[in-house]
Design a protein around this ligand. Structure first.
Ligand SMILES: Nc1nc2c(ncn2[C@@H]2O[C@H](COP(=O)(O)OP(=O)(O)OP(=O)(O)O)[C@@H](O)[C@H]2O)c(=O)[nH]1
Ligand SMILES: [Mg+2]
Length: 324
């Protein structure tokens, strides 16, 4: 991923001779506890939804790349699952994904919500980051719209002290609000100069490298997460089985048939997901269909089925089937 050897030759010398700063391109990952605001920040920087978000912890389950195209640089943001104490095999897999990612990127952005005290979970993460000596680390205080300036100042101080305690210096410390779009552009300005000189690594206009089927499944999961509580958010997985243009439609009135399964872990969860007279599942379908149609730019017929994959979070075979 971040290896110099795979980068095409730059014409940096020519650019410098012309008085222009060389173009940069590379990878920056956002790490932090679940719910810290990593995916929301990724979307805000990209300017479009590439990663789903929710107020439930552990929403992100795989790395999602969001690409920011600028004149001077191409930022490839790698949004990772929140790092947490694993309680299931899925949890362990997610943590592995995060650790592999930060070993491969050019910049690490540690995300800490402004409205929550810097806790053991954060210290644990930063301690591990301190061990990755060569990679510049930016501390990002997220959700600044939720606190007053005094609280924000305390958080800035706390994170700066934590760096000192662990014997390293943050390359930058920056407060942002993704929801209010405060300092999001500035964060991009701070990341860009930390990337290696390189021509763009992705074609102009690509905002993510997520396959469409995965994005569609994620949009359905995002809608399904809304309003469910306790263990249920963790139990939901979505797989798109098929996406096919409906046959026999006139060229100016296409329809895309999408068949997807919503998996849960226990038969007892089925009723909650489906809701009285199927109302909840219908709402999930309606809501996600709007987002899917916007993403794909075509009318969609969405066919959702609820299935039980018993204890899939703990079962290696089931995990493989669900793509983990
Ligand atoms: N007020 C406010 N809320 C935010 C902001 N950024 C994120 N949130 C909310 O915080 C919650 C978590 O956001 P996510 O972006 O899903 O968090 P995450 O770090 O990706 O979480 P995981 O994927 O579970 O690790 C959501 O309800 C967001 O709407 C912000 O700038 N301000
Ligand atoms: Mg996320």
């Amino acid at each position: 991923m971040g290896a110099m050897s795979v980068r095409p030759d730059t014409d940096a010398a020519a650019q410098q001779a012309a008085g222009k700063a060389p173009h940069r391109a590379g990878f920056a990952c956002f790490v932090g506890r679940p719910n810290a605001g990593k995916s929301t920040l990724t979307n805000a920087l990209v300017g479009q939804k590439v990663a789903i978000t929710s107020n439930r912890p552990q929403t992100t389950r795989h790395t999602v790349r969001g690409i920011v195209h600028r004149d001077d640089a191409q930022l490839i943001l790698v949004d990772t699952p929140g790092l947490h104490k694993p309680r299931t095999l899925l949890g362990e897999r997610l943590n592995d994904v995060v650790r592999t990612t930060w070993a491969e990127v050019d910049v690490i952005g540690f995300c800490l919500p402004a409205d929550q005290k810097l806790g053991p979970g954060d210290k644990y993460i930063v301690k591990e980051l301190a061990g990755i000596k060569k990679t510049p680390k930016i501390a990002i205080i997220t959700k600044t719209d939720l606190v007053d300036s005094k609280q924000l100042a305390e958080q800035l101080l706390a994170v700066s002290r934590l760096g000192e305690e662990l014997g390293f210096e943050w390359a930058e410390i920056i407060p942002v609000s993704a929801v209010k779009d405060t300092q999001v552009g500035l964060l991009g300005d701070l990341i860009a100069p930390l990337l290696p000189e390189s021509p763009p690594l992705y074609p102009e206009g690509d905002l993510t490298d997520e396959p469409e089927m995965v994005m569609v499944a994620e949009l359905i999961r995002e809608a399904a997460l809304e309003g469910v509580r306790d263990e249920l958010p963790h139990s939901i997985a979505v797989v798109v089985e098929e996406m096919l243009p409906r046959e026999g439609r006139p060229a100016d009135k296409p329809l895309l048939d999408i068949h997807a399964n919503v998996y849960i872990e226990r038969p007892s969860q089925k009723g909650i997901i489906i809701g009285p007279k199927g109302k909840r599942l219908k709402d999930v379908g309606t809501k996600s269909r709007k987002h899917i149609e916007a993403l794909l730019g075509t009318p969609v017929f969405l066919d959702l089925h609820v299935k039980v994959a018993k204890d899939w979070q703990r079962d290696p075979k089931q995990l493989r089937k669900l793509g983990f």
